[in-house]
Design a binder for this molecule. Sequence first.
Ligand code: ADP
Ligand code: G6P
Length: 732
Amino acid sequence: MSSNRLIIVSNRLPVSLQRRGAGYSVHPSAGGLATSLNALRERMPMLWLGWPGVSVTDPDERRAVASRLVDEFGCIPLFLPQPAFDRYYSGFSNGCLWPLFHYFPQYAHYSEHEWRAYQQVNGLFSEKLLEILQPSDTVWVHDYHLMLLPELVRQARPEATIGFFLHIPFPSYEIFRHLPWRESILRGLLGADLVGFHSFGYVRHFLSSLLRILGLDHEFGRVTLADRQVKADTFPLGVDMARFEAAKDDPGVRQRLEGLRRETAGRKVVLSVDRLDFTKGILQRLRAFEGFLTRFPEWRGKVVLITLCVPSRTRVPEYRALKRQVDELVGRINGRYGQPEWTPIWYLYRFLPFEQLLPLYRLADVALVTPLRDGMNLVAKEYLAARPESTGALVLSETAGSADELGEALIVNPHDEAAIIEALRRALSMSEAEQVDRNTPMLARLRRYNTVRWADDILTELEQARRQRTQRRPRLLHGPLRQELLHGFQHSRSRLLLLDYDGTLVPFKGHPLQAAPDEGLCRILQRLAGRRGNRLVVISGRDAGTLERWLGETGADLVAEHGGSLRRADDSEWKSAADDLPQGWKDEIRPVLQVYADRTPGAEVEQKGLMLVWHYRRAEPELGSLRAKELTDHLEGYVANTPLHVLQGDRVVEIKPSSVSKGKAALAWLSEGTTYDFTLAVGDDVTDEDMFAAMPEDSWTIKVGYGGASGASYLLPGVEAVRQLLDELAGS
Ligand code: ADP
Ligand code: G6P
């Protein structure tokens, strides 16, 4: 982890001020965002910029409050002008973006006035941030309140390292397109190096909106802009397991739990915990509970629903209306079914500190988590985390981001009252053995992918973005540079030309077998290979048979399977690259594969003979391909300078020990005794980087296509440009 400063920017600070008499008291803030990032505070130098939860107008008070927040909490409060703040927070953020992004377009209102306030406040955040920002800092912006901020910072500091994380869903294009300011919002986000989301569905929606609205396509989640790349990816937020584990044996928690057990008098307990928000499905859940009591009278008197709601956004009309509706509904249900010794719904409308929330999680036989839409929903994860013995039944909405990872829960459609009722019945009667069977794998995943891992992954990606920015970039091969190459070729006597095949000599096709060479290409290769002084080698990932069939007559030497076997033009035999088998590498690489499998539901790791294989056939196809690419990139760091190789196959990534790499293959020619006075290597993908690296210092190494860092010195835009160059070399 880098020792550079991390500057977190979010609308709400993790602590909020409350006016108390003449002064202010400080409280932890509610909501997923604040909860999640608090865990990182001890791990790295960190500053947090945001709104302190109240308006402080007196300059002396502001100074006093600011110095207390900085000294005690590492928080820099941003005091915002009240009218603009209201229009930005209650207006645009929570009256437009929040409902729209949660698929409540009917609640979203579009006001130019509020949009301007949103722009203004994002500008104020940017000004404050730029006052403190140093070149070595990493900026991490959070959530929908600040979607313009990445671009504002990028404009002022083009070299800054900026991450953005959206804690709410990114809706489908069909919803997002409603937004009158959709282009500006997308451009704002593209100021970041990395845009993170909780679930792959949100990444897909974001990428599809970029394509449809801004015409920007992507390759494996990377969007290439004129001067840099932006990556969109999935990082499902976990819970702070250490906090839950530390509190496990806390005597206070145990005491409260015993007290609660006495109060519930042996009845089963169903728990729901939310901010009071229309996205959480609170009314639907209450009605389902009522339906449950109606349909299963035998449960009356034997179960209580504890509904804990934390007050939220009370200045927004929809939230005030919801509060009234919840109050009424709870009153009605309790009135209808309550008995002198039994109140069916215990309704608490307040924030509970962790030490009081934990006993509730431990008490509950069932957690009923049925948001209509939720970016992630931490409550579901907290319930599991609070129960290390893996008991309890979790009923979870399929439209919560956490359902992607918590597939063993009882998954329900939150709009389907009958389904909730049935899930509740199953949950209440579930045997302890089944509870443990279901919860154990979920808990294991929560332990592995906790908040710290989540943040580490994101910060590691940002670190990579910083490194790529400072890496050497290939220069476009045109004009005088190209002339220089042609001149060098003509005036040399012994030349080695190493050419990749797919993506370099022929464009990619829908099916690999459609990418056979056309006559024009075969002629160019024949002329090149036939010219005295030339040694032409086609180095491909394809199998030997296909290469021989397609290019066997061109006079080129052939390398198949990324260097696995070689065939000289004057020899009809293929030779296998010699294998030396190293020990212990699997134990080192398996955990890396496991990490990627954890982040990719459906993927798994297999050990197969001498190979390790990462399968993703059962994973969501787009996510699987994205991760496979990423995994391959990642493993390249491990395999450099070792006799191991990484190959992407059909829905698999394989790692095998051998002297197989394009770099090693190139060395077979470079080290055979001929002295070449002109060396050229052309390739388009990551496997060609080995070849570039193996080439002598003064070689012409050419990367085909924009995008991605490369060790090549030069760049050609595509296959067409490569063929033109080769044609000229063949004719000259
Ligand atoms: P959201 O971010 O939309 O509020 P999440 O479920 O992701 O939803 O996060 C809610 C967070 O707020 C959880 O960490 C939960 O423990 C906390 N929380 C919710 N309600 C209460 C409450 N009444 N008292 C204390 N904490 C609460
Ligand atoms: C959700 C949002 C957060 C927000 C929290 C509480 O978790 O994603 O950005 O802070 O709700 O909402 P509030 O409006 O009180 O900050």
